[in-house]
Design a protein around this ligand. Structure first.
Ligand code: F3S
Length: 296
């Protein structure tokens, strides 16, 4: 039996940068508080390791308001001591403003590919275009993108929703995508808008890391008898990876760590494929790979 691990599995460039930034803060001997806005990645193992090392997660805008209130009460206008790291998804304009008000030192690890989308939608909406974001409305990355739009904005999460879209055909629309959106579904969605007759300008903002990961996963899944996708339960890019693999390989497992894997392989299984979402550390991929290689 062969085990094939995707080359483009695990941390992407943006996530690596964000996680490394937090570890660098710990290792730099920074004795002040270190915060992240939201868990730095969708991986409980990494987040709990950081917690043990003293990193605190600020969950939402309310927590920021509390910090600001604390600062005003305690230090007669002085700054809070510590650093806050913004994760690769980025934040909304409103949250950015609140973070600045805390007076904490800000380290912005927003992925440059996400920053580019902020810039595109801000510019396009400033010249009167309506914006369509193809992605999940409640994903923090999409919430951030939407906050940079100054005019009308719509979020569509599937080709089906594009079919139901019924807005003015007189307007001009600029369409962007969440960086981790499924490439094929994005193309399908855009085609529907075109066919219905909307005047659209497409900026494909799906990042290369996602594209390569999805293409390779699909390729491996179409050959594999069993496919294992490793990723956080709340990681949307991992879920999408799972959907892509499941379409090609009925025996696809979605696991967070090796403990979730309950494989029961028969003698007919010739190829097991393994891939992982952008927030899965290398050591977890290696553990799963070693387990499959040595136990079957
Ligand atoms: Fe950035 Fe792409 Fe990763 S947008 S965070 S490199 S998935």
């Amino acid at each position: 039996m062969e085990v094939l691990v995707a080359e483009h599995a695990g941390f992407c460039f943006g996530v690596t940068k964000a996680v490394d930034t937090v570890y660098e803060q710990i290792e730099s001997g920074n004795t002040m508080n270190i915060y992240t806005y939201g868990p730095i990645i969708h991986n409980e193992t990494v987040v709990s390791d950081l917690e043990k090392k003293g990193v605190r997660v600020i969950e939402n805008a309310d927590d920021l308001q509390k910090l600001i209130a604390e600062k005003e009460k305690n230090s007669e206008g002085g700054d809070l001591q510590g650093t806050i790291v913004i994760r690769s998804h980025g934040v909304t304009k409103e949250v950015q403003k609140l973070i600045e008000e805390t007076g904490l030192e800000i380290i912005d690890a927003t992925c440059p590919f996400v920053k580019r989308i902020h810039k595109v939608v801000a510019e396009e909406s400033s010249i009167g275009k309506s914006i369509i974001v193809v992605g999940s409305a409640n994903h923090p990355e999409v919430e951030g993108i939407v906050s940079y739009v100054t005019g009308p904005v719509y979020v569509i999460d599937s080709p089906e929703k594009a079919r139901e879209f019924n807005e003015s055909r007189e307007l001009e629309y600029t369409v962007v995508a969440q960086t981790t959106f499924n490439r094929k579904k994005f193309q399908e969605t855009v085609e529907i808008f075109k066919n219905i007759g909307y005047n659209i300008n497409i900026v494909n903002t799906i990042c290369n890391a996602t594209d390569e990961r999805q293409t390779e996963a699909e390729d491996i899944a179409s050959k594999a008898d069993v496919m294992i996708v490793i990723g956080g339960a709340h990681s949307s890019n991992s879920r999408k990876l799972y959907e892509i693999c499941k379409e090609k390989c009925a025996e696809t497992y979605f696991i967070q760590t090796l403990e979730d894997l309950h494989l029961n392989l028969t003698g007919n299984v010739k190829l097991v494929g393994i891939t992982a979402g952008a927030s899965t550390p290398k050591n977890i991929i290696e553990e799963v790979q070693n387990y499959v290689r040595t136990n079957f």
